[in-house]
Every structure is written in C-alpha cells, then in structure tokens.
Design a protein around this ligand. Structure first.
Ligand code: NAP
Ligand code: ZN
Length: 349
C-alpha cells in the first residue's frame, strides 16, 4: 500500500479537507498513475453533498484525471512507465455482459465501478477519486492522452468531453444538424465545441446573454437567453437534437417544444429532483426524451483522439488544492469559465 495526499469531504455539510488515503499495491493488470491534474465536475459536488443519495465519509471525489504512469503490473500490455494517461468516471466493470462486450461499460448490467464511491473489486474498499496525488487503476480503464493536448487543460475531456461526445455521436450529429445545448458550464461548453467540429449548426440556450461572445467563439451560430420568454416562441420547432446539461430542475415542456418532428432531447444534466415531462410536449411531434451516461472506454479514446485531431480543449481555470471549496461555490453560482482544474502538485505535504 502507498499513502498519498488527497482532499476529502468529511461529511455532506463540511468543506473538503487535506488528508491522506491508501492506494493499493499494483496488481498484475494494474497501472499506478501520478496524478498531475484533476478537473472539478458538478457531479463531484452533487456526490459529496449527498444530493444523489447517502455516501460513506470521508470521500475523495474527482473523475477527470490526467497523469503519468509510474509503475505497471507484470501483465500490463497497454501502458508503459512514463506514458501520459487519463482516467474518467469508471475504473472497472464486469467485462462479460452484452453491454461491456460491445464497449458500453458505462451501462454494464452489473453496474460499472465508479472512480469514486464505487466498491473496488480488487480489495472491496470504496473507490477514492482524483483529488489526490496518485491512483491505481486496472489497465483497461486507463486512456491514452495525446501529448498535443495541453497537459494542464485536458483533464475535463475525461468526463465533460465524453459525456457530450457520446450522445452527439449516438444521435448521429453531422454536417448541418440543428443542435441546441442547454446550460453552458463544464459539460455544455464541450458540447458546443464538439458539435461545431462535427459540422452541426449549434445554438446555446443559457440563462442570460453574458456568455454570448464565448458561445460564438466556441463555434455556436447563435446564443439565446432562457430568461427571456420570447426565446421559446422564436425557437419553437427548431432543433433536431437538444442536449440538456443543466444541474438543476428546469421546465422540460418548454424545451421539448423547441424540437422539430422526430427530434430528441437528451438529458445529461442530473439534478436530484425529478424532472416533469408533459405528454403533450412529446405526442404532437413524435418527440423523444432520452438520457445518456458518459461513454464507453473505446469511445472515450476515440473522443480524445478526435479532440487532438481537431485541436479541441476545454476552457479551464487552474487552481491550487486549497482553492477547491471556493471553486465549488463558484460552480454552484454558474461562475466558472468553464472548468476548474486542480494542480495536484499543490497538494505536496
Ligand atoms: P456546471 O459547470 O455547473 O454547468 C451547469 C450549467 O447549467 C451552468 O453553467 C448554467 O449554465 C446552467 N444552470 C445552472 N443552474 C441552473 C438553473 N437553476 N437553471 C437553469 N440553468 C442552470 O455543471 P457540469 O459539470 O457541466 O454538470 C452539469 C450536470 O451534468 C450536473 O448535474 C452533473 O452532475 C451532470 N453530469 C452528468 C453526466 C452524465 O454522464 N450524464 C456526466 C457529468 C456530469 P448557463 O450559465 O449557461 O445558464
Ligand atoms: Zn463528471
């Protein structure tokens, strides 16, 4: 076992504190990663605050991890010491069910093992996430991170990037597809960049016009404020695909009405409160309402390579570990442009 510095939530209501955690010894198929940077996802906040259900404390979160390999097990073939690698939201799955076999480990019939709050099949402990100096992960759940993508910016691709890439692909976004992204935070801004790179005509639906210049810079054709009721009249029946990234409950009926016939609204935002869908927002235009979770490992690698090819990077603000609590408050206030990334070098004891 190895003791490493980490930042953990002591309870649902207290700030994160500096602590130490144990990482297991490297097994035959494991890779030890010296974490360089870890992104802050809104899911980290939902989780530590108990908004998605009770968890055990103390808990370290963080599932947007990049670092370098420092040790490999005797049977590891995919990664070598010194490689730049990443870990996203999963660290294991059954590997045998129909979903795992087709590369959709995120939908594993037995449930994938989360990078945090999961039960690690290697030793039965609760998995601890990326706000730490190192992590041990089975090689199949470790991604290759292209070196052309800036090391200190790339981490958010491991969750925010893949969570938008996967539905954009699944619903066939291509040249000219009319796509709307609801909420331009960490996930939303990656959605704008990736959809634009796929050739889509992208519209951002944000609470205000304050992010309009950024939307256009990221590749959107238009930006509308959802605080203005006129937006919902002007854009009625406009989109083939809407991706909702909002972390809070919003009026689904109002957004479904913006879909064309046969359009789909995909929910990736995961508020703790149930969302309400009026039947008559779906029926008259054969609309669909769907959900989507991150993406599979093969697809995550494809996304990293796609971003490298297209020069797509998240917009990030680099922080030191002692700024995590302040960063959480800014995420909750929608005051993040557009992802916080923790420099784990600042965790050194
Ligand atoms: P984020 O950075 O906080 O972005 C959320 C955005 O939603 C905000 O920037 C804001 O955009 C908008 N928003 C926030 N509160 C709102 C409200 N009350 N009404 C309307 N709009 C509001 O969060 P994130 O990290 O992108 O995560 C977004 C959600 O996706 C979270 O619930 C997270 O847990 C979930 N998530 C899901 C998956 C998945 O696999 N499905 C993966 C990762 C995260 P504007 O300022 O533009 O309005
Ligand atoms: Zn996430």
């Amino acid at each position: 076992m190895r003791t490493v510095t980490a930042y953990a939530a002591p309870s649902a209501t207290e700030p994160l504190v500096k602590t130490t955690i144990e990482r297991r010894d490297v097994g035959p198929k494991d890779v030890m990663i010296e974490i360089a940077y870890a992104g802050i996802c809104h899911s980290d906040i939902h989780t530590v605050r108990g908004e998605w259900g009770e968890i055990q404390y103390p808990q370290v979160v963080g599932h947007e991890i990049v670092g370098t390999v420092s040790e490999v097990g005797s049977e590891v073939t995919k990664h070598q010491v010194g490689d730049r690698v990443g870990v996203g939201c999963m660290v294991n799955s059954c590997g045998e069910c129909e979903y795992c076999l087709r590369g959709d480990e995120q939908y594993c019939a037995k449930g994938n093992v989360g990078t945090y709050t999961g039960v690690d099949p290697a030793d039965g402990t609760i998995t601890q996430g990326g706000y730490s100096q190192a992590v041990v992960v089975t090689e199949d759940f470790v991604l290759r991170v292209p070196e052309s993508l800036d090391y200190d910016k790339v981490a958010p691709l491991l969750c925010a990037g893949i969570t938008l890439y996967s539905p954009l692909h699944h619903w066939g976004v291509t040249e000219g597809t009319k796509v709307a992204i609801v909420g331009m935070g960490g996930l939303g801004h990656m959605g704008v960049k990736i959809a634009a790179a796929l050739g889509a005509e992208v519209t951002v639906l944000s609470q205000t016009t304050s992010k309009e210049e950024d939307s256009l810079r990221f590749g959107a054709k238009a930006h509308y404020a959802t605080s203005d009721e006129q937006t919902f009249t002007d854009l009625a029946n406009s989109f083939d695909l809407i991706v909702n990234t909002v972390s809070a409950k919003i009026d689904m009926g109002a957004y479904l009405n913006l879909l064309r016939v046969d359009g789909t609204l995909v929910n990736v935002g995961a508020p703790s409160e149930p969302l309400e869908v009026p039947a008559f927002a779906l029926i008259p235009a054969r609309r669909s309402w769907a959900g989507s979770a991150i993406g599979g490992i093969r697809e995550t690698q494809e996304m990293l390579d796609f971003c490298a090819e297209h020069g797509i990077l998240p917009e990030t603000e680099l922080i030191s570990a002692d700024q995590i609590n302040e960063a959480y408050e800014r995420v909750l206030a929608s005051d993040v442009r557009y992802r916080f990334v923790i420099d784990t070098a600042t965790m050194a004891p």
